[in-house]
Write a protein that binds this ligand. Sequence first.
Ligand SMILES: Nc1nc2c(ncn2[C@@H]2O[C@H](COP(=O)(O)OP(=O)(O)OP(=O)(O)O)[C@@H](O)[C@H]2O)c(=O)[nH]1
Length: 344
Amino acid sequence: MAQFVPRSQFLPQLSLPRSYFLGHHASGLSKMKTMLSSIDLIIECRDYRVPLTSRNPLFESSLAGKQRLVVYTKRDLGSKGKLADRKREAMIQRWHKPHDTLFCNHKSKRDVKTVLTYAKDLAEHSQNLLGTRILVVGMPNVGKSSLLNALRMEGVHKAKAASTGAQPGITRKIASGVKIVEKDAEKGLEGVYLVDTPGVFIPYVPDAYAMLKLALVGSVKDTIIAPTTLCDYLLYRLNLERDGPALYRDYCHPTNDIMELLEGTSKRLGRLKKGGIPDVEAAALWLIQKWRQGNLGHFVLDEVEEGGLEKHVNEDCGLSVNQARKLRKQERSMKAKAGHVAVV
Ligand SMILES: Nc1nc2c(ncn2[C@@H]2O[C@H](COP(=O)(O)OP(=O)(O)OP(=O)(O)O)[C@@H](O)[C@H]2O)c(=O)[nH]1
C-alpha cells in the first residue's frame, strides 16, 4: 500500500472572517482600565496550545504599568508531560523574562497550588491594608473563570464562584472580587481577591491562520467559521502529527480529504440526515469538540522557538480598535462591491 503523505500546506479561504470583537469586549476593557489603580497584579491567561496566537496586544497597551503574571492555561491539552514539553515551557518562560510565567491545568492540584503560592507571596510583600487584588484577563474561553474557581477551591475550600462553559462569552461583566486566600491576622496577611473579567478578543486578526487557530481552540463562537472548514484545518494539523492519522482511525483511513473523514465519522456515529445522508456539519462539530477536550491528540498549534515572542510582536501590525474598525469597514465594502460585480 502507498505510504500516506499529509498535505504540505493549508490554504485558508480569502473570505474567512478576521474579527470577533464584540460590544462587551470593548466595554469590559474600558472598565478594566478604570479599575487599574486598585489592582496589585494582572494575571494574563493565554492558551497553552496557542502561546503566541492567544496573546492579545490590547492587554499590554491598555493595562500597562502593573505587575503581570502570564499563566498558560489548558496545559493538559497541549502537553504530554514529556521532556520536549518541559523544554518548550522553559523556552516560553525565557520569552517573558523579566516577567513571570506559569503553566496550569485547572484540574491539577500541583499546577493550581503553584499559582496560589505566587499570589500568597505577593500578598506577603504587599502593604495594602485592603488586601491584594488580582485582575484575571485573557481572550474569550481561555479558562479564566475555571482558574478562579480552582484557586478558590484550593485556597479557601469554597465551591465555584464563576460560571464556566465550553463556548466563549460566558462571563459578560466584571465580577466583584472573590477571595482565594484568607486573612491571617497573626502573619499580618490581608486576604487575596481575584477579579474575573469577560474575555476580550483581538480587534482584527490580520493572519487567517491565526483566526483558524483561535476558532479551533474555542475563542470564537462556532457559528463564525463553518465547522467543515475548521475541521478541515484540524485534519490538516492532525496529519502533521506523528501519530495523527491513527487518532482518527476509528472513523476513516488516513486521508487529506475532509469529506471522507466527515462522512466516515457521521456513519460511525449514526449522524445521518433524511435519506441516510451523512450530517457532515454535525460530524465536524463533534470532531472539533473531541479535539478541544483532549480526546484527539495533545499538541501545540503555534511554532515555539527561541525568541519566538519577540518575532511575533514585531510582525504584529498592532492595530488599534479604531484602525481595526476602519479595516473591517473597507473589507465589507470591498466584499459588497465584489458581490455586486459578480451579480451584474
Ligand atoms: N482541559 C482543560 N479544560 C479547561 C481548562 N481550563 C478551562 N477549561 C475549559 O475551558 C472552557 C472555558 O473555560 P472558562 O473558564 O469558562 O473560560 P473563560 O476564559 O472564563 O471564558 P469567557 O467566559 O469567554 O471569558 C470550559 O469548558 C472549561 O472547562 C484546563 O486547564 N484544562
